[in-house]
Design a protein around this ligand. Structure first.
Ligand code: ATP
Length: 252
């Protein structure tokens, strides 16, 4: 099964005006079911634009884009994906539990079921004891885990993440990377992940998509084959070789 299929997608902002920008030009990309794919590239190369197109937050100027085999618009209606951005984007006046319940409320899932699902998700991200807290009472890393729990609450087959760990310190970031991989494996979720970090992209991904700017294009797609996805993998030759390959692709 294909989680995301993008063919010949171009996105022009402000077409016909003096501030016209071709953010993406003729992009092809396939994300297979269960795959973890990272998008990496210089600032302004269209990573977030591509993610927003998949999420149907904006429309392509040309080309086709399907999510779970459906047009992006239909996939959004069917809540085929969850989204987590760099800012956790939690509602400060809602408890952690009620933040996670929000997408279920929007789906009109009965209260008891909502509560049970929220507890399950909080367990998954290691925050079972914090359901009654408010976001301001949590650290940045914990808030990010709540955002991931919320994105996964409707059990979406696809997770879209835009630099979700960008604001965190290195240690927290590495811990969350390992947790995210475990969660994705457990829930069989496909993921499209935007990052500026080569090491993060390589550690997390089955496939790293390298982009260039003006206009945004895919310049290389690098498959990642690591012996494992635990801390030991960060010391493996395959890991260092792949980091070098991504760095070279970014430089060219
Ligand atoms: N709503 C918009 N209106 C006009 N131009 C836009 C809009 N959104 C993005 N752009 C332009 O499209 C290009 C790609 O932007 P995008 O945010 O996708 O890049 P990015 O790779 O995610 O960058 P960064 O790494 O800095 O977050 C940029 O030149 C940006 O100025």
């Amino acid at each position: 099964m294909t989680a995301v299929s993008i063919a010949g997608v171009t996105k022009v902002f402000n077409a016909g005006r003096s501030d016209e920008v071709t953010a993406l030009s003729d992009v092809d990309l396939t994300v297979d079911s269960g795959q973890f794919v990272s998008l990496i590239g210089p600032s302004g190369c269209g990573k977030s634009t591509l993610l927003r197109l998949i999420a149907d937050l904006i429309e392509p100027t040309s080309g086709t884009l399907t999510v779970a085999g459906k047009p992006a618009r239909q996939a959004r209606r069917d809540q085929e994906y969850g989204i987590a951005f760099q800012q956790a984007g939690l509602f400060e006046w809602r408890t952690v539990r009620r933040n996670v319940e929000l997408p279920l409320e929007l789906r009109r899932i009965p209260r008891q079921q909502r509560r049970a699902r929220a507890e399950e998700m909080l367990g998954l991200v290691g925050l079972s004891d914090f359901g009654g807290h408010y976001p301001a009472q949590l650290s940045g890393g914990m808030q990010q885990r709540v955002a991931i729990a919320r994105a996964l609450a409707v059990h979406p087959p696809l997770l879209l993440m835009d630099e979700p760990f960008g604001a965190l310190d290195e240690m927290t970031r590495e811990r969350l990377q390992t947790e995210l991989l475990q969660i994705c494996a457990k829930t069989e979720t496909s993921t499209v992940f935007v990052t500026h970090s080569i090491s993060e992209a390589v550690f997390l991904s089955d496939k790293v998509v390298v982009m260039s700017a003006r206009p945004g294009r895919i310049v290389a797609t690098i498959d990642v084959e690591l012996p494992s996805r635990d801390e030991a993998a960060r010391q493996s030759t395959a890991y260092f070789d792949t980091v070098t390959a991504v760095r070279k692709a970014l430089r060219s």
